[in-house]
Design a protein. Structure first.
Length: 278
């Protein structure tokens, strides 16, 4: 039987030329992603008079970071963003993991109804949620509160990430759960003791994605918060004034906001990769 060979990319070139091409392409892609971040860091270290000449001059300072950290509103925004991101991740996982398991293992009327509900909401454009949510949180009296900001994030996570959890559970052999049921374990017990441990890489990946999504989210925070619960993505806009843009302070705030997200992504990438392989 003849072996099927995979077609090569750029077959007319020698092997070393293809490797060189891929190396240069990879370097160009890395540079395209790294250059804005490098420029942001350099801008955060420059005085206000030198932000438009980052590529020239050797005057650097940490005064921008000291000035930003000296503003109580920005410190509160960092704390609020961290708390909201963590709480949204925890509550979203509690619902999303159960939702994905139900969609994967059950086919009754309740599962079909839930499937249709999240499917409809998943098809609705994300930006069209904002105005109805604003009226809802206003009528419930939870505007500019933790609850008023948590509920929309949790709702979005449930609609979008339940599909991921369903795919993860679909890839897990249910035979161990059936064995646990035969041994006298309840369906809930089989879910807790068998299904969840098997899906821990996927749950860890989902936790990283939920946290990063909430930390970086801007639209909900802009519409559903005011002065009582500032969050970092909205507070950065305060540097846009009638007198112009304070690029150095905005860049310093952005660098500090980038650090937690970078650390979460760095230490969580292993779990994301493992989870996506299930």
């Amino acid at each position: 039987m003849a072996m099927v060979t995979r077609p090569q990319f750029l077959p007319g070139l020698p092997n070393w030329s293809r490797k060189t091409f891929f190396a240069l392409a990879l370097a160009a892609i890395c540079l395209a992603f790294a250059f804005p971040v490098l420029w942001l860091i350099l801008t955060s270290l420059r005085p206000e008079s030198g932000v438009y000449y980052v590529h020239r001059g050797t005057e650097f300072t940490l005064g921008n970071f000291r000035e930003v950290l000296g503003q109580e509103r920005i410190v509160d925004a960092f704390i609020n963003s961290a708390v909201i991101s963590t709480l949204a991740t925890v509550f979203s996982l509690l619902v999303t993991v159960s939702s994905g398991y139900m969609l994967s293992r059950f086919t009754g009327p309740a599962a079909r109804t839930w499937f249709g509900t999240i499917y409809v909401f998943r098809c609705v454009p994300y930006i069209s949620w904002v105005l109805p949510l604003y009226f809802v949180v206003q009528s419930w009296g939870i505007y500019d509160t933790y609850v008023g900001l948590l509920l929309p994030h949790i709702a979005v996570h449930i609609c979008f990430f339940s599909w991921l959890m369903k795919g993860f559970f679909d890839g897990i052999d249910p035979s161990m759960e059936y064995a646990a049921l035969i041994d006298g374990c309840s369906r809930w017990g089989a879910f807790i003791r068998v299904a969840i441990p098997s899906a821990l890489p996927a749950i860890s990946a989902l936790a990283v994605l939920c946290w990063l999504f909430t930390w970086n989210e801007f639209l909900f925070a802009l519409i559903l918060t005011g002065n009582r619960v500032p969050v970092i993505t909205v507070v950065m806009a305060q540097f846009v004034t009638e007198m112009g843009l304070h690029w150095n302070l905005m860049a310093a705030t952005a660098v500090m906001a980038l650090l937690p997200a970078f650390l979460i992504a760095l230490f969580g990438q292993k779990y994301v990769i493992q989870g996506l392989r299930i």
